[in-house]
Design a protein around this ligand. Structure first.
Ligand code: FAD
Length: 513
């Protein structure tokens, strides 16, 4: 075992939470090193894959009320105050890293205030404090670090979305001369048992291209910011309510940090929770499973269960809200199966022609993990998108059994479109008939960007043990153990939380003895 480096604070993971933590150390005069398992030119943290939306709050107290109401009692209330207090300064914080905010308009999501209400920025407008929520998209003119790292350019010529916040954060890393060790995977924590109570003193890592296990020592603390555990099939199966849940975030977020925290006795919180919706997901030729965040609108659409029955207002899913996840969790106790995962998304030629099924400005396509064809034909040829002369034939091609049931359900949906009155209360603007053959069908899995269960954190980002005490020298930030509860507050809440509480964890780690 070779000793490799020593720093005041060692941060595991170079994503939103990890970079904010490292800045929290560096700007307060500390020495910090970030360990990142990926290589710089293939770096796909979820923050880079993201849509680059950011939730800000106009009033810290009101905002904390709202966050607390969304959490539904499952998050330590104390965490909302520092999140909200830092959040009201996020616009300035981001300006310092060359990222600006473009306030979102209802039209961004195809919404109108008549359909969604006056507080459209908050995902749950009826909850207390919702009026303090704003949602913006992030933009920057910082150039890419590598030619291969593209990004969507907005009207102003700036890059917008996840690529924008990523570039801004990486520039801040460079400007602050923060040492990042790439290709360095954190594996286990070094604990000094001679201290009472035992203290985390560093981390053992493997470095790509070397078989050595190397030690990196922390004088003050280790901040775990390795993202959620959606990349680990075994953790997903063990902890989430629906075992076949799939994800479209960074595939290398495999829960390493979670396992490390568990190994030193961390208490765990919200292990069964996730940020979710329906997602599409396929196995690449190299057998890697890749999830995609997709665009449902562009024609008519229905989502049916395995019996061919619609079961909810699909508009929630089409609007990228985080509520459809709850509709998909149904469990059939008689047949011991989850009849809504997969569900089946049915569309017609109008949607096929409207553009690629996934978003191309975020998730797997945006960061180059897969190149989806503009007309969807490559994916039809690969068998990912099933096609048929009737909706039922397409559904059977995608793995469903009862073609007649799907045909019948689409007939009923088309009749509702004609009446402009849907049994699930879908807004009229979304009632576009399915009447342009051929028909298409894709399995829709219960899934999302990440699973956010993790070690319990206190108000300073300290990891708390099963005995209810801080584990000396151990902190956490980002998705893992994130302070999001039952309902997702608003687009952009995750990055906001990772930045606010990540910076706080870095500062607290530096201050710890
Ligand atoms: C497609 C998509 C769209 C999204 N859109 C939005 C949005 O618009 N707004 C919003 O607020 N949120 C959004 N999110 C969620 C948000 O991006 C994430 O929750 C947030 O960026 C997570 O930050 P993080 O630091 O915890 O994880 P990440 O940003 O993923 O960083 C974790 C880092 O840790 C590294 N790592 C993992 N294991 C190890 C290890 N053992 N050793 C060393 N390094 C390791 C990973 O490679 C990665 O670089 C989206 C997510 C996705 C996937």
């Amino acid at each position: 075992m070779t000793k490799f480096r020593e720093a005041d604070v060692v941060v595991l993971g170079c994503g939103a939470g990890g970079i904010a933590a490292a800045l929290g150390v560096k700007r307060n005069g500390g020495d910090v090193v970030i360990l990142e398992r990926q290589q710089p030119d293939k770096h796909t943290p979820s923050v880079r894959m993201s849509g680059g939306w950011l939730m800000t709050l106009t009033d810290a107290q009101e905002g904390a009320h709202y966050l607390s109401a969304c959490a539904g009692g499952v998050v330590d209330e104390k965490l909302f105050a520092p999140w909200a207090q830092r959040n009201v300064h996020l616009e300035k914080w981001l300006a310092d890293v060359d990222v600006k905010l473009i306030l979102a308009d209802p039209l961004t999501w195809g919404l109108s205030r008549e359909e969604y209400g006056a507080d459209m920025w908050a995902e749950h407008p009826s909850l207390s404090g919702a009026r303090s929520v704003r949602v913006s998209r992030m933009a920057t003119s910082v150039p890419p670090r590598f030619k291969t790292q593209g990004g969507m350019t907005g009207d102003t010529g700036e890059v917008v979305g996840g690529e924008a916040i990523y570039r801004g954060l990486m520039k801040a890393v460079d400007d602050n001369a923060i040492d990042v060790r790439w290709g360095t995977r954190a594996l286990s924590l070094i604990v000094d048992h001679a201290e009472d109570p035992p203290r985390v003193r560093g981390v053992r890592v493997s470095v790509e291209g070397s078989s050595d296990l190397i030690e990196i020592r922390a004088r003050r603390g280790v901040v775990i910011a390795t993202g959620g555990f959606g990349g680990s099939k075994s953790l997903v199966r063990e902890f989430l309510p629906v075992p076949n849940t799939r994800f479209y975030g960074n595939p290398d977020n495999e829960g390493d940090g979670l396992r490390m925290a568990m190994s030193v006795g961390a208490d765990l919180v919200r292990m069964t929770r996730m940020v979710g919706r329906g997602i599409i997901s396929f196995a690449l030729p190299d057998k890697r499973e890749i999830g995609f965040l997709f665009v449902m609108s562009g024609g008519g659409y229905v989502i049916c269960d395995q019996e061919g029955k619609r079961y909810a207002d699909e508009y929630e899913q089409a609007q990228q809200q985080h509520t459809f996840y709850y509709r998909m969790q149904e469990f059939d106790t008689k047949r011991v199966r989850y009849p809504r995962s997969p569900s089946y998304w049915i569309f017609d030629e109008r949607r096929r022609k409207a553009g690629p099924l996934p978003f191309t400005d975020r998730a797997a396509v945006a960061v180059g993990l897969y190149d989806w064809s503009a007309d969807n034909q490559r994916e039809i040829a690969a068998g990912w998108i099933a096609t048929g002369a009737t909706p039922g034939a397409a559904a059977v091609g995608a793995g469903a059994e009862n073609a007649a049931a799907f045909d019948e359900e689409v007939r009923a949906y088309n009749a509702a479109c004609k009446r402009q009155d849907d049994v699930f209360g879908r807004p009229r603007s979304s009632l576009v008939p399915l009447d342009s053959p051929p028909y298409y069908c894709v399995p829709l899995w219960l899934g999302g960007p990440y699973a956010h269960g993790g070690p319990r954190r206190d108000v300073q980002g300290r990891v708390i043990s099963t005995a209810g005490r801080p584990i000396p020298g151990l902190f956490s930030a980002g998705e893992m153990g994130q302070a999001v509860g039952l309902m997702y507050p608003a687009s952009g809440a995750s990055i906001a939380e990772a930045l606010c509480l990540g910076e706080l964890a870095g500062e607290a780690a530096l201050a710890s003895r």
